[in-house]
Design a protein around this ligand. Structure first.
Ligand code: ZN
Length: 779
């Protein structure tokens, strides 16, 4: 029977943190057959029609089915060949309840639902509509972003990550557009007396609902074929030249991940990979299987754009491609363990890209960008464990944070360092093979790794305390004349939490293998620093996720070593020292005078990594100083400290082939100009004038510093620079240049201009992440 009804599955405000009721797993989906129709006027009406036929398996007799559906207008529902049913929406649980007059037998059935839905135009979630300018024309497009819990706004579904199924999608749409989805088209036709086109896509692999995706647009694509896979990089017409770099990186990333995992990309039966630059996307990128969506700045790059944007493209493309295995093929059972998806994607974003762009030192960049920021976030009292229960939609959305990504990746790197790269890789292969098209909890991973690790202890026991406890240990290291004593406590407060801590160290004489500091007792290293120039550094290359506090004697020895030959201590450990010192000062463990004294070795430091950590620390201090006189003294101290660094990256020496030099030069000059270094200011002024008067473009890597410094130094009453840069915003077709100018405009000291700027930014919602940067500039 086909019961006709209209129920509005209304959008009760989601802000009232409703507890999630998990679905009853005695009924699970096997396949969704979804047909969506977008009529000729849908860009005006914002309405689409849908029919979802869900092939379900009932494992024990039931008299009701519960399914997610949000903001959908239900017009009919039936279970094919079954007796009467009624469909009701439960407003408190936001679940569509299908009641049966008789029990549904233990068998497979087809549940069919007709409905209409709205294309979202107020946020960038679910199925949403946006637009871009093409000449004088406004072009509209619709695109999905169903992660993590928005599939229910597109079709009624079992919207939980472990309830995987295959999908057959058909889309009927107006002529003149093209449609991409997860899989290749199977059949295209013309319907409705020739007014609409229809496209039927091949069946997807068994996957989670949040991975379904499509886009209806007038974007165009550049194609290449490699290893039997068809790669498409798609974007606005006019940006074709910016597609080549992603087109080069993507096949290399797929090949590398295939090599690491031992599983071919197309073994999932998806034989193509579309990478689409969406002109309006709420996140950096989204790993929809076979149809990855990106912000334009995360996919498009050409040689006239800065080096850091190139790195952003490579690492985002690799991050999303790594998800094809870690996240799509094998998915965490529930969002509480989102780090199983995101930690691995972040890990490979660095360590797989390092195999493609070999001279970028991404293994080193990982430490200052990921480990240090994760430690900072995890120092907060409110920090939660990697594995922590999420029971509301808001908590699920909040789970995608620095802890999940950066700490997740840092813990995986630490585990790799404990068991060795070979065992780690073999363990990952098992993990993926055993759980293909399925879902996992952390123990599935630890067990797979343990099988290859050949250890005398339980790996899961030692690793679990890093994923089930918040925070991280501070190791206090003391010289006891004949030995070194290491104790632990949680960083940043009075906690009783303890960990199994893998301790590595280097001394003036040797480097040593791993020792364990256990929760129940201190670690004693039988090392005697007999000579006054002997030293010890704990946590080689900062592979362990913890901080270190040395007693005064040990610190003096480090200081002497750095003074004698700075390179005696590894660069990454120098960066670690810097980052730890700032954190210890903020936590009140050392005074700010001690901090500045201990950082005086930076005067002879010219490497990127210690300075990266130092600038981050100095930035946080500078913003806290309100007294102008103290600020000035501090600024002069910094300028003095960075003399050698500044001399190592002369503004006129360009070396774009050397990525680390390019990054270091941008960073050092940004700080030099920011602090008012006279030579830096003079050079920047010349470059800006050459741009304004003669149209000679500023070198890509110095654009932000040049624009920002010029705006900052401009007298209040003159708005020429501001107006000039604003005019450049509308002239260019390049998302990275737009982003650089928007960021730079925030450097202005002109309050009137800034007011207007803020208003404009509010409407430019895709740049909402700039608000943090802007606030910093204003302080
Ligand atoms: Zn990701």
């Amino acid at each position: 029977m086909n019961l006709k009804l209209v129920i509005v599955l209304s959008a009760v405000s989601l802000s009232s943190a409703v507890q999630i009721n998990r679905l009853n797993q005695s009924v699970v989906p096997l396949n969704y057959n979804i047909h969506l129709t977008f009529n000729s006027n849908f860009f005006e009406t914002n309405v689409f029609e849908g029919r979802a036929t869900i092939h379900i398996n009932v494992s024990s007799p039931i008299n009701k089915i519960e399914i997610h559906a949000t903001d959908l207008n239900l017009t009919s529902c039936e279970i094919i060949h079954e007796a009467n049913i009624t469909c009701n929406f439960n407003h408190s649980t936001k679940i569509l309840q299908i009641n049966l007059s008789t029990n549904l037998t233990q068998n497979e059935h087809d549940l069919s639902i007709n409905y209409t839905g709205n294309v979202n135009s107020h946020d960038l979630q679910g199925l949403y509509k946006s637009s871009y300018k093409s000449g004088n024309q406004t072009e509209y497009f619709v695109v999905t972003h169903l992660h993590p819990t928005h599939a229910r706004r597109l079709f009624p579904c079992f919207d939980e990550p472990d309830l995987k199924a295959t999908f057959d999608l058909t889309i009927t749409y107006p002529k003149g557009y093209n449609v991409l989805s997860n899989t290749s088209p199977k059949k295209t036709s013309t319907v409705s007396n020739g007014t609409l086109d229809q496209i039927e896509f091949a069946t997807t692999p068994k996957m989670s609902t949040y991975l379904l995706a499509f886009i209806i647009s007038k974007l165009t694509c550049t194609n290449s074929l490699s290893g039997g896979i068809s790669y498409n990089v798609c974007s606005r017409p006019g940006t074709e030249s910016q597609r080549q770099y992603a087109l080069l990186i993507a096949p290399k990333a797929v090949q590398h991940m295939e090599k690491i995992t031992g599983i071919a990309y197309n073994s999932s039966n998806i034989v193509k990979l579309d990478l689409v630059a969406v002109p309006d996307l709420g996140v950096n990128a989204m790993e929809n299987w076979g149809l990855v969506t990106f912000r334009e700045t995360a996919l498009l790059w050409d040689t006239y754009q800065p080096s850091n944007y190139r790195q952003r493209v490579a690492s985002t493309v690799v991050h999303e491609i790594a998800h094809m295995w870690f996240g799509n093929l094998v998915t965490m059972k529930w969002w509480s363990d989102a780090f199983l998806n995101e930690g691995f994607a972040r890990y490979f974003q660095y360590f797989a890209t390092a195999e493609i762009e070999k001279n970028w030192e991404l293994d080193k960049q990982f430490v200052v960008e990921q480990v240090h920021s994760a430690l900072m976030a995890d120092s907060e009292n409110a920090s939660v464990p990697l594995s922590s229960e999420v029971t509301t939609l808001e908590a699920i959305a909040d789970k995608f944070n620095v802890i999940t990504y950066n700490k997740g990746a840092s813990v995986f790197r630490m585990v790799e360092s404990i068991i060795g790269t070979t065992s780690f890789t073999l363990g990952l292969r098992d993990y993926l093979k055993e759980n293909m098209f399925g879902s996992t909890i952390p123990n599935d991973l630890w067990n797979s790794l343990e099988r290859h690790a050949n250890l005398s202890y339980s790996l899961s026991q030692r690793v679990m305390n890093w994923t089930t406890q918040a925070g991280f240990p501070l190791l206090e290291v003391a010289n006891n004349k004949t030995s070194i004593i290491i104790t632990q406590k949680r960083f940043g407060g009075n906690y009783t939490t303890k960990w199994y801590v893998p301790v590595t160290y280097a001394t003036s004489r040797s480097t040593n293998s791993l020792k364990w500091l256990t929760p129940d007792k201190d670690l004693v290293l039988n090392i005697s620093l007999s000579n006054s120039t002997d030293w010890i550094i704990i946590n080689s290359l900062q592979k362990g996720f913890y901080r270190v506090y040395y007693d005064d004697d040990l610190w003096k020895r480090i200081e002497v070593a750095l003074g004698k030959n700075i390179n005696a201590i590894e660069t990454l450990n120098r960066a670690q020292i810097v980052d730890d010192l700032f954190s210890l000062a903020v936590a009140g463990k050392i005074s700010f005078i001690t901090l500045l004294n201990r950082l005086s070795f930076l005067k002879s430091e010219t490497e990127y990594y210690p300075w990266y950590s130092a600038f981050r620390g100095f930035e946080s201090i500078l913003h806290k100083i309100n007294d102008q006189e103290i600020k000035e003294k501090f600024t002069n101290h910094l300028l003095d400290l960075m003399i050698t660094l500044h001399e190592s990256v002369p503004m006129l020496t360009v070396d774009n082939k050397n990525q680390i030099y390019a990054l270091k030069q941008s960073l050092a000059l940004e700080w030099a100009c920011n602090l008012g270094h006279s030579e830096c200011l003079r050079n920047v002024k010349q470059m800006f004038e050459a741009y304004r008067i003669s149209g000679i473009k500023v070198r890509p890597n110095l654009r932000f510093t040049t624009y920002c410094t010029t705006l900052k130094r401009e007298a209040d009453e003159k708005l020429d620079v501001w107006k000039f840069l604003r005019s450049k915003l509308s002239e260019n077709n390049d998302a990275s240049e737009t982003e650089i100018i928007l960021k730079a405009l925030g450097c202005s000291k002109n309050e009137n201009g800034l007011d207007k700027y803020f208003v404009a930014l509010i409407f430019l919602r895709r740049y909402e992440n700039f608000s943090d940067i802007l606030l910093k500039q204003l302080v």
